[in-house]
Write a protein that binds this ligand. Structure first.
Ligand SMILES: Nc1ncnc2c1ncn2[C@@H]1O[C@H](COP(=O)(O)OS(=O)(=O)O)[C@@H](OP(=O)(O)O)[C@H]1O
Ligand SMILES: [Mg+2]
Ligand SMILES: [Mg+2]
Ligand SMILES: [Mg+2]
Length: 354
């Protein structure tokens, strides 16, 4: 008897692994004018667009009826301007080359892979735009962040290719590829490049990006003295000062580890740090589902708890955003309760006294 979501798991591993190969190539050759600034002032690179084209092409072939909520869209790539044409050509070349790569273990030709397939520019732009689904509470949908932590990617630091399958608003499968993350946190100069895979009720595991050495990941039981806070690098993405206050309340003496992207969830799942705390630094910012879907399942399957500051589960069924949640509190089972209490004490401390 085959396990639930076995095919989806293999397709997602394939898509994330291929996309990681592409982003690593792009990083080595990225040139200045290959980065755009989006309406919200955040960066997007040829790597983000072409990785979304690759993942969505594979998903569309393997599961033609599934919807996709992806971070990027192809609007800026469709014009006739010199800039749009150059960007489009580069993205198409990258995606075509990546998809044409010889089949690796577990990959299937019918997923659009291998040298026999052709992919036209129009098909690849349409593949990117398959990611424009508005989300919702029923049915199957994939959540894709082709490069999470684009700023980290541009700095040559942590970033992640993140893919999740959500069924009736519940994350069932999460795959995260971290090309720059050390396979063993205690050996920062050792081999880099890991993939984290979680299936609901089937546990979580880490493997190398090639798929080698799969091993279960588990959050250990921490005492306060051993706890270490994981937080965003960008102060604009989550409040560092708030996290300092919570650390004080919990008597955490170790300094926080700053890391871009859902690599924070990955680090937490294998016990490199015991808490991931993310409070909005800008009032009004609502978290996106693709920034949390695979990471939250990974942490839960590794024995952790993920809620917002009110202790509510993240609700992935409200569209492209986590519309009803405020902040994210992720920690091992034995510490989540006290972290939540400290978060609420710190939030109360900040309120004007009447
Ligand atoms: N104002 C604001 N507040 C909170 N979050 C924001 C904000 N702006 C952007 N984003 C999202 O942050 C994603 C990057 O993840 P991190 O914050 O973990 O990375 S970082 O350490 O700050 O670089 C980043 O994901 P990517 O765009 O995929 O890189 C964004 O979706
Ligand atoms: Mg982005
Ligand atoms: Mg992101
Ligand atoms: Mg992104």
């Amino acid at each position: 008897m085959s396990l639930l979501f076995a095919t989806e798991r293999q397709v997602a591993i394939t898509a994330v692994r291929r996309a990681c190969g592409l982003t690593s190539t792009v990083f080595k050759k990225l040139i200045r004018n290959e980065t755009l600034t989006k309406g919200d002032k955040s960066p997007v690179t040829v790597g983000d667009f072409s990785a979304q084209a690759v993942v969505n092409t594979i998903l569309a072939r393997a599961f033609p009826d599934d919807r996709i909520v992806g971070e990027e869209d192809a609007k800026d790539l469709r014009g006739d301007s010199l800039e749009a044409t150059a960007l489009r050509n580069r993205i198409v070349d990258l995606a075509v080359e990546n998809l044409a790569g010889e089949l690796d273990l577990g990959e299937m030709e019918e997923w659009g892979l291998g040298p026999k397939h052709t992919h036209t520019p129009e098909q690849l732009l349409d593949a990117i735009d398959r990611g424009t689904y508005s989300g919702g509470s029923t049915g199957r949908m994939w959540a894709l962040d082709p490069i999470d932590g684009t700023k980290g990617f541009l700095r040559g630091e942590q970033y992640a290719v993140c893919l999740a399958l959500i069924v009736d608003a519940k994350v069932q499968l999460g795959v995260i590829g971290c090309p720059n993350l050390s396979q063993d946190a205690s050996k920062p100069d050792g081999p880099k490049g890991c993939m984290f895979v979680a299936v609901r009720e089937q546990g979580a595991e880490q493997m190398s990006l090639s798929g080698a050495n799969p091993a279960p990941v588990k959050i250990p039981t921490f005492s306060n003295g051993e706890l270490n806070m994981l937080e965003s690098v960008e102060a604009a993405h989550s409040s560092h000062s708030f996290n300092d206050r919570v650390s004080q309340l919990l008597n955490i003496t170790r300094s926080p580890t700053r890391m871009d992207s859902q690599a924070k969830y990955c680090a937490l799942s294998r016990g490199d740090g015991g808490i991931y705390l993310r409070l909005p630094a800008t009032s009004g910012y609502i978290e996106k589902i693709w920034d949390h879907a695979p990471g939250s399942l990974l942490v839960e399957e590794a024995g952790g708890v993920v809620t917002d500051v009110h202790g509510l589960p993240l609700n992935f069924g409200l569209g492209r955003e986590l519309g009803e949640n405020h902040g994210v509190v992720a920690a091992g089972e034995n510490v989540h309760g006290k972290v939540l209490a400290a978060v609420n004490q710190a939030l109360g401390d900040g309120k004007p006294k009447v």
